[in-house]
Design a protein. Sequence first.
Length: 473
Amino acid sequence: MQEAPSRKNQEEPHVVWELETGSPIIGLEIATNGSTAVVATQSNTVALIDHEGEVKWNREFERPVVGVDLSSLGNTVVVGLRTGEIYCLDEDGEELWSYNIHARIEDIHISKSGRYIVVGSRDTYTYFFDSTGLLLWRSKADGRIREVAISTSANYVVSGSSNRDIFLHDNYSSNMKGSVTWRHDLGGDITELAISSDGHFIAVGATDNMFYYFDKLGKLHWKHNVENKINSIALAPRGDFIAVGVEGGTYPGQVCLYNQKEGLIWRYLTGAGGVQDVDITTNGRYVVAGTGDGMVSLFHQDEKLIWKHKLNSPIAKVRISARGRLLVAATDDGHVHMFNTTDFLLKRQTAVQHGLDETSEIIFTKPQRVVRRQSAVVDGVEEPGAVSMGRTTLVHQAPYGTRGATATATGSASRSLGKMSLILYIMMVMVIIGFLSFVPVGEANEHLIEPIVGVFLMIVLMLIMLASWVSKE
């Protein structure tokens, strides 16, 4: 691999570095903060790249690589080969473990925590491993497993088979044994799968050109016809926003953005250039897409397209960091480009008349209603931090000198009622104790409570009542 960095100083997203691999890219993943990227090529090479474009390591395998994935911290890489070998590598490229399932691998993913790996295979099995390479379970379907996805903590795994079925495997309730909670037969072969971080929502694309959205109980919330094959699905961690990339052909290629509750928010037609890949930020605010005509496009949740850049070859893969500060695009001719969007997004932020902070965390309920919460300081690559902006919030306050009096009066009344309730309760308990201690009951005329014990208990209660009465609080 040869590095060819190209740095520019401009306000729109600019190329931080460019890397030539010499072979078409078939796999790309980045760490959550964009600090590390892993790429896999058709020449059976896997490489780990840092945020400055330096190749930390690269490894060539003897057999074709069909899948690669990266943990959220960028310190664990998993590689799947066509012939069934699975390799788990650390951040230095050292092999942690390997395993051979002796069947063709169709898909492979690692949980964001880096603790579990799921593999879909042509032998109709879904395989589930822990971080030491121990096979915890495997589950058989009626057809080959084409797509798999795994939640952050691996509590839930979803797999899609060639006989149009999807399965949800529940590790949470079955103590990591992968019991199948439900199964659904769709209207076409599964082309894409995605699952939310907590495993509560599942997005599915199928060859019937339908996009399906399920919850973890198997309930189909809605489905939508996108007119062409779905090439890519990106699900925000909470499952509240979903980006879908649609292939071009009889109908134009599309980038679609969906909301969990409302369904389709908008779609953007890319023309003959079908969408090859999409990704979405943690808060669902930004979507990046790569198309077959070499266009890298950045979208805003409310404004659709906000930036695009033409590369010299069709886009194979795109990824964006959690807050959208960095995005990576890989092309069919073997080039990898990292763009820095920081200045561009901050410039847009200052232009917002309402002064809302683009870098704050957003909790969406509906597309038109947002609740904003200021994000904590984030260390690492996504610099600089949030610019201090925004509207001043005015809070109605009572005139000075009246708030204290009102609060004091209210507090005193509440405390008096509390004292009286406690005293009445203690007196009732004392009466009951006295009755049980000094009034014989039953044929044997026995006391249910020894009189001496009853006297002792009543004295204790009287002291508590007295202390409560003289207390100032």
